[in-house]
Design a protein around this ligand. Sequence first.
Ligand code: GLN
Length: 490
Amino acid sequence: MTELTKLTLAEALDGLKAKTFSSREITQDFIQAIEGARVLNAYVVETPEKALAMADTADARIAKGEGGKLEGAPLGIKDLYCTKGVRTTACSGILGEFTPTYESTVTQNLWDAGAVMLGKLNMDEFAMGSSNETSHFGNVINPWRRTGDNQGLTPGGSSGGSASSVAANLCLAATASDTGGSIRQPAAFTGTVGIKPTYGRASRYGMVAFASSLDQAGPIAKTVEDSAILLDVMCSHDPKDSTSLNVDTPDWRGDVAKGVKGMRIGIPKEYRIDGLSDEMNALWDQGIAWLKAAGAEIVEISLPHTKYALPAYYIVAPAEASSNLARYDGMRYGARVSGDNLTETYEATRASGFGREVQRRLMIGTYVLSSGYYDAYYLRAQKVRTKILNDFVEAFEGCDAILTPTCPSPAFAFGEKSGDPVEMYLNDVFTVTANLAGLPGISVPAGLSSTGLPLGLQVIGKALDETACFRVGGELERAAGFVAKPEKWW
Ligand code: GLN
């Protein structure tokens, strides 16, 4: 018999509908798999009882011939999403045992469609990081290892728990979030697929805020088709989020098989940066060749302000974070460290509740927003942001989608980059641009490094044109035929 945890989301939904197995059966298998994989530290809260109750409800609906788009499918939820009655801390100490009394819109959409919650997934604290080394609950381990080497590798970040759990078959698919690459980079590091939709497609209501003008929800899944299935349910217009768009969701699942014939694919020359590994460069060329062979036209494009994207991101994101995280004052949520007076209580709570990386960002953010420095940093970064958007608008006059690497290199080991924040930030060089411009971007596994680790290619689409991401992503997936899985050692 097939191991149910190894199924794709699409296969599992078919099996559930056909009653080949029940939601209770597949949910039980996942609960067991999660218990056996605690060494990966992917889950920070396991909710087995809730999962089984949800599975039974789903089975009853399926028995009656009813059921939503995700009926009975067990999923993992990034700890950034508020889940009613289930502890939600964005993996920060400052949220203590905070247990929301309400549900985020994205997760509510999943439950309304019949999905089953297995638990909450580990992440970098407040989604700040590229390696999952900043979580209050400890590192997430990547199930992948370099060939012949037992050294622990990071799964990327900040959605490292989401990526590891999908790669290790600890859920069918997972929610994630992306402010500067946190869906796409961990997907690339774990041989999974991740898509960040256009800013405003998914509601931010009930997502713990990092940088509100950049934050966007999206899935990490095993295949491009699975990511389309999940994204479709996650996205909705929501009056509770003023930046939520009132737009229809096209048939993304259908787009995956459409191919790229006649599409014009832009290759940005500024993305051939010095830090790009030779094998990543070669894989990018391979991707170009695959798309050409499938009938796409390849065009060279220019995104001239690319080199300013990372500095602009690391000003705008901390600035917004310093404002958003001002609410954690020890009075309203979670943990409190009492001092002799109100100010001391604020200071003591924030000094002990926030981790080092979060504190660094809050200091940077406060600095760039302070009078005297605002114009020199924040305002300039905002102007750069507009220029980056304009670069894309102009480039898209000559192409329908843009192909780039997702990251400069494959997954790295713990401690390898955490000593130098700037080196860590360089990981995000190809992903932050889509956030600054609000564009959709997908990462698809396309090959293995010489050390046996997955490498991802990224496709960026025009605003609201996730269809292009799914068409090109689907083609890359077919051409690459990426079937490698991490060898089970846990
Ligand atoms: N790695 C980036 C950062 O640390 C992006 C994080 C994210 O997308 N949430 O800010």
